[in-house]
Design a binder for this molecule. Structure first.
Ligand SMILES: Nc1ncnc2c1ncn2[C@@H]1O[C@H](COP(=O)(O)OP(=O)(O)OP(=O)(O)O)[C@@H](O)[C@H]1O
Length: 306
C-alpha cells in the first residue's frame, strides 16, 4: 500500500462513526473525572428548583447562598439557567469570565465567602444560547460543572430554570447526591405545579431536602403589618402530605424588590426586614436538614456495611 493511500485510510478511519464514538466516550470519561473531583470538594450540593417560573426561585437561591456565607460557610452559587439567568441581575454582576481552553474557570468572588458563576458570565454571546436544544444544553451544563475551580466549599447552591426540562434533569444526573429545595407560592396554581415538580424529583430518584413557601403573605410598606393576600400554609400542608420537611415561609416584602434593583441580596442589606429574618431562618433550617440528611446517609451506609 502506498503512503498516500495509508494517509487516506487513516483520515477516512478517523471520521468513521465507531472511532468518533470512542473519542467521545474517552472525552466523557475525562469530564466525568473532572466533575467527580470538583464535587468531592463540596460538602453539600443544594439544588433550588420550582415547578413554574416567577415564584422567586432565583431570589431564594441567591439569598440562601448569601445567608449561608454570612453564617460563616464557604459557599458557591451556580446559575445554570441558559435562557434567562437572573443571578447576575440579583447580584449586580456584569462582564464575562475568561475560560481558556484546557484550564479551569475561577468563579467571581462576590463577598468574603460567596463565589458565583452564571451561565451568562461564561457565554460570549448569550443570545446564541436561545437556539440551543436538549443535547447542547446538557453538554453545556456538564462542562459548566466540570470546568469551574470552586476550591473546597461547604455548600454549592445551584439555581436552575423552572419546570422539569433538560436543565434540571441534567443537574440531577450530574450531581446525583444533590439535595433539592422546591420553591412554591401560596396560590393554588403554583401548588399544582409544585406537585408536578415533586413527582419529577421522585421519578429522577432525587433527594428532596424540603419545601419553601415564598411570597407568603404581604408585608405592608407603610405599617409593616402582615396582609394575607392569598391563603397561606399551602406549602406546609403539601410538605406534610408528601412527608417532606417544610423549610420556611418567606413573606412578600417590598425590601426584596428594592434589594433586587440594588443588585444586593436582602440578607446583606443593613436594614432588618421580615423577609431578611425569614431568609436567615431558612438558612438555619437548611443547615439543620442538610446535616441530618448526611447523618441519615452515613447511617444507611453503616447498615449496608454490616
Ligand atoms: N419574597 C419576595 N418579596 C418580594 N419580591 C420578591 C420576593 N421573592 C421574589 N420577589 C421578586 O419577584 C420577581 C421574580 O423573582 P425571581 O426572579 O427570583 O423568580 P424565579 O422564580 O427565579 O423566576 P424565573 O422563573 O424567571 O427564573 C423578582 O422581581 C423578585 O425581586
Amino acid at each position: 500500500m502506498t503512503k498516500s493511500s495509508d494517509t487516506k485510510n487513516e483520515s477516512s478511519c478517523s471520521s468513521c462513526p465507531s472511532q468518533q464514538k470512542g473519542r467521545r466516550s474517552a472525552a466523557a470519561a475525562v469530564q466525568d473525572q473532572l466533575i467527580k473531583s470538583t464535587l468531592d470538594n463540596i460538602r453539600f450540593k443544594l439544588f433550588v428548583m420550582s415547578g413554574k417560573g416567577g415564584v422567586g426561585k432565583s431570589s431564594i437561591a441567591v439569598n440562601l447562598a448569601a445567608a449561608l456565607s454570612l453564617k460563616g460557610y464557604r459557599v458557591g452559587l451556580l446559575d445554570v439557567d441558559i435562557h434567562g439567568p437572573s443571578v447576575p441581575h440579583l447580584l449586580g454582576l456584569t462582564g464575562t469570565l475568561e475560560s481558556k481552553r484546557g484550564s479551569l474557570v475561577s468563579p467571581i468572588q462576590y463577598s468574603e465567602r460567596l463565589f458565583v458563576v452564571s451561565m451568562e458570565s461564561i457565554l460570549k454571546d448569550p443570545d446564541q444560547a436561545v437556539l440551543w436544544r436538549g443535547p447542547m444544553k446538557t453538554a453545556a451544563i456538564r462542562q459548566f460543572i466540570a470546568d469551574v475551580d470552586w476550591g473546597s466549599l461547604d455548600f454549592l447552591v445551584v439555581d436552575s430554570p423552572p419546570g422539569t426540562g433538560d436543565e434540571p434533569m441534567t443537574v440531577l444526573k450530574t450531581i446525583p447526591e444533590a439535595l433539592s429545595i422546591v420553591v412554591t407560592t401560596p396560590q393554588e396554581i403554583s401548588l399544582a405545579d409544585v406537585r408536578k415538580a415533586i413527582n419529577f424529583l421522585q421519578y429522577a430518584h432525587a433527594n428532596i431536602l424540603g419545601i419553601v413557601e415564598n411570597m407568603s403573605g404581604l408585608i405592608c410598606p407603610h405599617c409593616t403589618g402582615r396582609i394575607e393576600l392569598f391563603k397561606t400554609g399551602g406549602g406546609k400542608a403539601l410538605a406534610e402530605k408528601y412527608g417532606l420537611e417544610f423549610l420556611g415561609a418567606i413573606p412578600l416584602d417590598p425590601a426584596a424588590v428594592v434589594a433586587g434593583d440594588l443588585g444586593k441580596p436582602v440578607v446583606m442589606l443593613d436594614e432588618d426586614t421580615p423577609a431578611k429574618q425569614a431568609l436567615l431562618d431558612l438558612a438555619d433550617s437548611v443547615i439543620r436538614t442538610s446535616e441530618n440528611s448526611l447523618e441519615a446517609t452515613a447511617g444507611k451506609l453503616k447498615k449496608e456495611d454490616q
